[in-house]
Design a protein around this ligand. Sequence first.
Ligand code: FAQ
Length: 325
Amino acid sequence: MRDIKNIEAIEMTAPQEENFMRKIQAEEKIEPKDWMPEAYRKNLIRQISQHAHSEVIGMQPEGNWITRAPSLRRKVVLLSKVQDEAGHGLYLYSACETLGISRSEMIEQLQSGVAKYSSIFNYPTLTWADVGAIGWLVDGAAIVNQVSLQRTSYGPYSRGMIRICKEESFHQRQGYEAILELAKGSPGQKEMAQDALNRFYWPALMMFGPHDSESAHSQKSMEWKIKRETNDDLRQKFVDQTVKQIEVLGLEHPDKAIKWNEERGHYDSSDLNWDEFWSVINGNGHCNRQRIEHHVAAHEEGEWVRDAITAYNDKKRAKKAQNAA
Ligand code: FAQ
């Protein structure tokens, strides 16, 4: 016997799916209450929540240097930058909540290892120069990606990216300015800047993800315009823009094979150590365990704040209901 209910469901879905694809093709944004395929929603939750986790975990490597910043000015700037990253996490968690997942579910996924965060934050910050290198290279790589994500098809994510990019661009400049001062300083300072560049350059390139040929989600994400440029194309942009910046600093490029390719109109560069990449994203980087342990401890310590807010809101609601009665 034909299942009438199911046939109705199929007939309902087809025009909705058509309308969804029409909007995507016309560059119209998909909004929280619009119909969307379940796989689109799930893919967005995966990417946006991992992006949010990266912003929040990303506070730790730089936070490590707030108490040891070399001057009051540097301390104030760094404190403010790290606070901005917390704000970015909050915009992104809020954008993700519009897709029907709660903040506590996302935190649970991060802490249990179900959800990832950017591999870059599993590298330690050994010297003050690393803080400059993070602003310059890590925020720099994040911007290259996020500028393209300003045109992502999901409205709340796209609007969040526009705001985040404005702040990231300040982060990138403050990092470059800090590293420039070291690179133009004493021989010891210059050496520190070179060492930070040597250690952070390759992991920064890994932020763009695996090669397109190995990228599990790219094809669907490009079709749905969640991603607007591929991992390799974005990585190439970053490689190209960084060459000149290293020259201005007067430092040596960590990639000895870097070479301008006239025909391609881009720099050719060495391939990355993909074993290291997969090992780090699978939990075996220098700091993976420490980062999550710190997050769990901070989350537990903050429980009383969440309880107090809930109790206050309950009280306010009860009072409002009493007054209305
Ligand atoms: N690290 O199929 P694809 C920042 C995973 S924000 C860890 O290519 P997709 C600001 C990927 O999730 C930095 N995991 O994946 C800041 C997937 O695993 P899954 C964060 C990675 O999503 C600065 C699997 O590999 N930015 O830094 C990485 O199409 C300073 C297969 O990969 C964003 O999140 C990685 N590097 O492309 C804060 C931007 N690469 O989920 C503080 C938004 C790949 O199946 C201080 N995200 N994986 O378990 C994206 O654009 C994309 O998600 C990509 C990956 C490009 C990261």
